[in-house]
Ligand binder design. Structure first.
Ligand code: SF4
Length: 387
């Protein structure tokens, strides 16, 4: 989940300051836990009991006719009633807006660190913006101590996190300090790590469970550079991968399959198994129809049924080379049976859907289903597995 799901769902009552702030939600407890200025109390039945004092604010699931004017309170719109203990939100009273930054119950929280990027991928799901958004990292430094230490994994996304330079290192250190048991997965184009010093700085953090996911879209320089629309990107990305591995940082290669890349899947797998055999994981990924991928749909769309041969060959090559290999974002019914063992349920819970055909499918529990955006185009191979 995340990337700030905003809702114009707040009605401030008396006492609200216009300044935005972030806070962790509590539903139980009479007094704030650790940081009163960073906690809000969520009340389902505000009229029914005395309100404990000391919170930064109060979120009310029900409207009230009278409220103690000394305490800051906001009435939540019904679409925000799912909020629960441990979630972290940004409240913007002047805009009557609440953004969800972290959901404790979600297995797929991501932290957006910047919207700037030095690539312009044909299929970028979050097209870059140019403005200074360094406030995002300032806010994340405050957010991280509020996240549950039991969180299994956090994603770091952009834009391009590598553009943060030294601030990315500070962010990783903050994650290590506050969430030492939480795996961190950074999505990066890898180019900035062509600087050995920067790659070594990431290694020196010695985060106990860090993986950098780096996309490589071809074994050919010109094809990768075309997909990311940046000359010289292939060379920088490959040097970045080598530097990261030298610095003992775990690296996952990510290859997005579409009409401009699928034909070279077998050659890409050969290239990786010969030259990058030391990477920790290879993910071969179906296309998410968001952002530029939607705009460039005619250029990019290819049915998974039409690249089964190339995909099978690539997976066999990677697997034979001993590389840990996964297929992301593919429906099982569009894959040959020999690939089912490699398919993962990879789509984040908040954008995962199933089609009508999936209702009676016996493999539904093993199948990752669809992106919500897939309604634009679906494989002609969607058929339930029946007994
Ligand atoms: S019918 Fe639906 S649940 Fe079954 S394999 Fe296909 S996409 Fe998955």
């Amino acid at each position: 989940m995340t990337l700030a799901l905003s809702a114009q769902g707040l009605r401030p009552l008396a006492g609200c300051s216009p300044t935005p702030f972030i806070a962790r939600i509590r539903e139980q407890g009479d007094v704030p836990e650790r940081a009163p200025e960073r906690e809000v109390l969520l009340l389902s039945d505000p009229a029914g009991r005395p309100v404990p004092l000391g919170y930064r604010g109060y979120l009310l699931r029900q409207d009230v006719s009278e409220w103690n004017g000394f305490q800051v309170a906001y009435v939540l719109a019904p679409e925000l009633h799912y909020l629960a203990e441990g979630d972290v939100v940004r409240i913007h009273p002047a805009r009557r807006e609440l953004s969800v930054l972290y959901r404790r119950a979600s297995p797929s929280n991501s932290l957006l660190v910047t919207e700037r990027c030095d690539n312009l991928r044909l299929m970028c799901s979050q097209p870059p913006r140019k403005q200074d958004d360094s406030w995002l990292v300032d806010e994340l430094m405050d957010l991280i101590p509020l996240i549950s230490p039991e969180t299994r994994e956090l994603g770091i996304t952009g834009g391009e996190p590598g553009l943060l330079g030294e601030r990315l290192i500070l962010l990783l250190e903050q994650l290590k300090q506050w969430l030492p048991r939480t795996g961190v997965h950074v999505l990066t184009n890898g180019r900035r790590f062509s600087s050995p010093d920067f790659a070594r700085a990431v290694g020196r953090v010695e985060h106990p469970d860090l993986m950098l996911g780096v996309p490589l879209y071809s074994d050919l320089t010109e094809e990768h550079d075309y997909v990311v629309q940046a000359r010289g990107a292939f060379d920088e990305t490959v040097r970045g991968i080598l530097n990261l591995k030298r610095a003992r940082v775990r690296v996952e290669l990510r290859f997005v399959i579409h009409a401009q890349t699928y034909a070279r899947l077998p050659m890409f797998a050969e290239f990786v198994s010969r030259n990058l055999r030391f990477v920790d994981h290879v993910a071969l990924m179906g296309l998410e129809l968001m952002g530029f991928a939607k705009t460039n749909l005619r250029l990019l769309w290819v049915d998974a049924l039409d690249y089964q041969r190339e995909l099978s060959e690539a997976v066999r090559t990677l697997d034979r080379a001993g590389l840990s290999t996964s297929l992301y974002n593919h429906q099982l019914c569009t894959l040959p049976a020999e690939l089912h063992a490699f398919a993962r349920r990879s789509i984040s819970d908040w954008k995962n859907t199933y089609a009508d055909e999936c209702g009676g499918c016996q493999k539904r529990d093993m199948c990752g289903g669809f992106f919500a955006s897939s309604s634009l185009r679906r494989s002609r191979g969607i058929r339930p597995f029946l007994g």
